[in-house]
Design a protein around this ligand. Structure first.
Ligand code: 5GP
Ligand code: MG
Length: 170
């Protein structure tokens, strides 16, 4: 596995995403943030802090909802789903680090509807890497990238809390 270094300025992507979400939520009264474990969780925490929505922050784990759960033979380290606000009527920003096929998003929407009926759900991803297999689109994305076969994105949070994002080759 080889890495090219400094492919992206991940902190700049975060600032872009934050600006998009802030603009998108302007005038929305009942907004909430929900991060998808694990990559979307810390991103959601950071967005909630920067948008003053700390009391309206939830997390979901979609491991058991993924339609390809059995196929992948995953034995996930399942984290608790925690939605500490009323989903009914809320505008929910669903947050993930990378958007790919759209299957995780679909599963996350299922989970949200187990909790109530949101007025609206919008999707925020730090990076949209294309490759969709479902009719899912990001409303907000820090970057949209096209990867070659065998490539994926390595997203790391450094000890100082700063993000780094590189393209990885198989
Ligand atoms: P999808 O369900 O859309 O196929 O994939 C999105 C999920 O898989 C996200 O939760 C994301 O964390 C993870 N994912 C997919 N592709 C990548 C990638 O290239 N890099 C990283 N870090 N995560 C990915
Ligand atoms: Mg993930």
């Amino acid at each position: 596995m080889s890495k090219t270094s400094d492919d992206f300025d991940a902190e700049a992507l975060y600032r872009t995403l934050l600006g998009q979400v802030r603009d998108g939520l302007a005038g929305v009264g009942d907004a909430a943030i929900v991060g998808i474990h694990s990559g979307g969780a810390w991103l959601a925490e950071r967005l909630a802090r920067d948008l003053d929505l700390n009391g309206r922050l939830g997390f979901i784990d979609v491991s058991f909802y993924r339609d390809d759960y059995a196929k992948k033979g995953l034995h996930p380290d399942v984290k608790p789903t925690h939605i500490p606000f009323n989903v009914d009527g809320a505008t929910i920003v669903l947050v993930d680090d990378v958007l790919f096929t759209g299957r995780t998003t679909r599963a996350a929407i299922n989970v949200l509807f187990d909790y109530g009926r949101p007025q609206r759900i919008v999707l925020a991803a730090l990076v949209d890497r294309g490759g969709r297999e479902l009719p899912v689109a990001a409303d907000f994305a820090g970057a949209r990238v096209t990867l070659k076969p065998g490539q994926s994105l390595a997203l790391l949070k450094n000890a100082d809390g700063q993000l780094s994002l590189t393209i990885e080759e198989d």
